[in-house]
Design a protein around this ligand. Structure first.
Ligand code: FES
Ligand code: FES
Length: 85
């Protein structure tokens, strides 16, 4: 793997979401971030299935390190700090 960390980006994907069932990519390999495209099979991980019941703005975790997956909790800031050093 060429990436330094298993993340897709050092920031959340902020999106307006409609009610539905979503498969959030936990592995960082999907080409359809922040959602799963099946690429996890090569790294042995699984998506997190999230059900959204009302239209709302969602900050999906892009760094894949949140303690509140699949949502951003600010943990991505530590990756940004590490890349500066
Ligand atoms: Fe990442 Fe499915 S592609 S969890
Ligand atoms: Fe992962 Fe914010 S993008 S915690």
């Amino acid at each position: 793997m060429s990436k330094k960390f298993p993340h897709a980006q050092n920031a959340p994907f902020v999106m307006e979401m409609k009610p539905g069932r979503y498969a959030w990519c936990s592995c960082g390999e999907s080409q359809k971030q922040p959602f799963c495209d099946g690429s996890h099979e090569k790294v042995g991980m699984r998506p997190i299935i999230e059900v959204i019941t009302e239209t709302k703005t969602v900050a999906w975790c892009g760094c894949k390190s949140s303690e509140k997956k699949p949502y951003c909790d600010g943990t991505h800031k530590k990756w940004a700090d590490k890349e500066k050093n």
